[in-house]
Design a protein around this ligand. Structure first.
Ligand SMILES: Cc1cc2nc3c(=O)[nH]c(=O)nc-3n(C[C@H](O)[C@H](O)[C@H](O)COP(=O)(O)O)c2cc1C
Length: 314
């Protein structure tokens, strides 16, 4: 794959970003992705400020390639994480949720590249106006938190490409070279991938969670908590209880109470497949192994090259 404007902007070989993922993406995975030619992000969404700083510094020891960070503005510690990212002079910052106006100019003045995660084309337009360097358009297929609008990657990327001129990183449902080729055809300049990297050897997720993802089928994930914070979860007894509560008309507050504190940690990091929250994208049904991050990238690039030259004639 020849470098394109996005890979040049990010200073990487391939325009493939490993998204920030709570409980799955520390320095080890981020550095492995960057070493393999993509851009690894340290996921701040599950870290206290001290741990976040430690992981940024650790990634620098593990690789001489650029490593970025992801900070969800909904996270209670987001302000502290923003300060750490600024102090540590992180070269690429991915912000999710919240307003793109809030920190873009501050990071740009520090010389960082700023990307914002969106779930609608209209949000992407606002981001461009706020001066971000690029957007991540995350479709409804994705693992983790989802947009209320339920736009799929297919429509979200294509429509966003009609409205903005900054580079678009497509996210949601991408784990193979075929899927990368598809989003490039829609107008993306690259892809942000989550689920596929959550289930790799370097991911900090629990082995039981990784194995559960490998065994999942196409009906294993659903978006729940739509009234409050829509999130795509794997089937397990905890999710069944939540769905039951939703069906009997539980209020948003009641649902949040059932969710309680610490369930994503319990599920994804500690491997409690019964009572924990297990976040993964639809594309888990296509994952049948636990490779290294480098194998993921190499396979995607190889398949992308093959597919690019062999589309059926019309
Ligand atoms: C387990 C898990 C945790 C995630 N946590 C975050 C997060 O903390 N912040 C964020 O912006 N996105 C988060 N995401 C979304 C990813 O960064 C990425 O955009 C998404 O996974 C892409 O879709 P895919 O899962 O189909 O590859 C998470 C995704 C997963 C699977």
């Amino acid at each position: 794959m020849q470098g394109n404007r996005l890979s040049e902007m990010l200073g990487v070989r391939y325009p493939i970003v490993k998204g920030g993922m709570a409980w799955c993406s520390g320095a080890k995975l981020a550095a492995a992705v960057s070493d393999a030619g993509g851009l690894g992000l340290i996921g701040g969404g599950s870290m206290e400020a001290d741990l976040f700083r430690e992981q940024i510094q650790k990634a620098r020891r593990l690789t001489d390639k650029p490593v970025g960070v992801n900070i969800p503005l909904t996270f209670r510690q987001s302000k502290e994480l923003i300060e750490v990212a600024a102090e540590e002079k992180v070269p690429v910052i991915f912000i999710s949720a919240g307003s793109p106006k809030r920190y873009t100019s501050m990071f740009k003045e520090l010389g960082a590249k700023v990307f914002h995660v969106v779930s609608t084309p209209e949000q992407a337009v606002k981001c461009e106006k706020a001066g971000v360097d690029g957007v991540v358009t995350e479709g409804f297929e994705a693992g983790g938190h989802n947009g209320r609008e339920e736009l799929t990657t297919m429509v979200l990327v294509a429509q966003t490409a009609r409205l903005v001129s900054i580079p678009i990183l497509a996210a949601g449902g991408i784990a193979s070279g075929r899927q990368l080729a598809a989003v490039m055809a829609l107008g993306a300049a690259g892809a942000q991938i989550g689920s596929r990297f959550a289930v790799t050897q370097e991911s900090s997720a629990h082995e039981k969670f990784k194995q559960y993802c490998v065994e999942a089928g196409s009906d294993s994930t659903l978006v729940v908590l739509k009234k409050k914070i829509p999130v795509r979860m794997m089937d397990n007894p905890f999710r069944a209880g939540l769905i039951e509560a939703e069906h009997r008309g539980a209020s948003g507050e009641e649902l949040l109470e059932i969710l309680g504190e610490g369930r994503p940690r319990r599920g994804m990091f500690e491997g409690d497949l019964v009572d924990g929250v297990l976040e993964i994208g639809q594309v888990t049904c296509m994952m049948d192994d636990i490779p290294t991050a480098k194998e993921v990238i190499d396979n995607i690039i190889k398949e992308y090259q093959e597919v690019r030259n062999s589309l059926p004639p019309l």
